[in-house]
Design a protein around this ligand. Structure first.
Ligand code: SF4
Ligand code: SF4
Length: 270
């Protein structure tokens, strides 16, 4: 079929067949509907109307930090190293959490539990298993709170709390050491090192057969403290690369004020 526009001066069409594309400005102005005087007068007032109607909506402003809102139940916050009900540590120093971490934020150095009497140079027992985590650090300058470490932990020693106020103006203080990450002692717990519950094996601990420290364990800890023999307890805070934190009590008071296990989700269900 022959094109009847060939040789004619035809204005280019817009996407909807209108003549706005390439048309002279005067023609486009003529195509627009005429605005009335009143609509142009009240157009700014309509804008104020949006602001006015918003004044009556429910306020969504959060009064942080005076009134912090509770986090989601499964929020990924600061980590915690949990304990068994008698106070022994759940961490067995396997380093699986460190290997699982995509940000290389965890440092673990395991050591053997030692049941040799402390007076004879024994290092002491810190967990029910063969080994325990002697050095444990999490670098919160690197951590992305993905939770892969807690998924990798075979003993549920490592969990995450709902605590998120981790900002600091000192980079060194954001490398948390074992003494900062360990769950506080709760009722019925004793500070390691001390022997396992008599007659119990490691498996019994994980099957929930130990519910609190026994009288034998309490007597051991009393005698240990009276003699001044601490085993390898000082080793808990030996932290290569973070010498400031290796001095007990030297870390910032704000860190010491971290919520106790009882205040956290995991503390209620370690
Ligand atoms: S939460 Fe993720 S980034 Fe942080 S220490 Fe665990 S594995 Fe590493
Ligand atoms: S926290 Fe868990 S995964 Fe990490 S070293 Fe301890 S037991 Fe192993």
């Amino acid at each position: 079929m022959a094109d009847d526009t060939v040789g004619k001066d035809v204005a280019p069409k817009g996407p909807h067949g209108s003549s706005e594309v390439g048309a002279p400005r005067e023609q486009r102005a003529a195509d627009e509907p005429q605005k009335g005087f009143l609509s142009e007068l009240f157009a700014p007032v309509a804008g104020f109307g949006v602001s006015f109607s918003t004044m009556f909506r429910k306020v969504a402003t959060e009064e942080y930090p005076e009134k912090p809102r509770p986090t989601a139940p499964r929020f990924h916050g600061r980590h915690q190293l949990n304990r068994h009900p008698d106070g022994l540590e759940k961490c067995v120093g396997c380093e699986l959490c460190a290997w699982a971490c995509p940000a290389d934020a965890i440092l673990v150095e395991g050591a053997d539990n030692d049941d040799t009497p402390l007076e004879q140079g024994g290092k002491g027992r810190f967990s029910p298993g063969e080994r325990y985590g002697r050095v444990y650090q999490i670098n919160y300058l690197r951590c992305i709170f993905c939770g892969l470490c807690i998924e990798a932990c075979p003993t549920r020693a490592l969990t995450m709390t709902n605590f998120y106020e981790l900002a600091d103006n000192d980079r060194g203080k954001l490398i948390f050491t074992k003494d900062q990450l360990l769950a506080p002692l709760q009722g019925g717990m004793l500070p390691p090192p001390f022997p396992m519950v008599d007659g119990m094996e490691e498996r019994d601990y994980y099957q929930g057969k130990v519910t609190s420290a026994t009288d034998d364990q309490k007597a051991f800890v009393e005698a240990r403290d009276a003699s001044g023999a601490d085993g390898d307890r000082d080793g808990i805070v030996d932290a290569p690369g973070n010498p400031g934190a290796s001095v007990p009590g030297a870390h910032d008071l704000a860190h010491a004020a971290h919520p106790t296990a009882a205040q956290t989700r995991e503390g209620a269900n370690p």
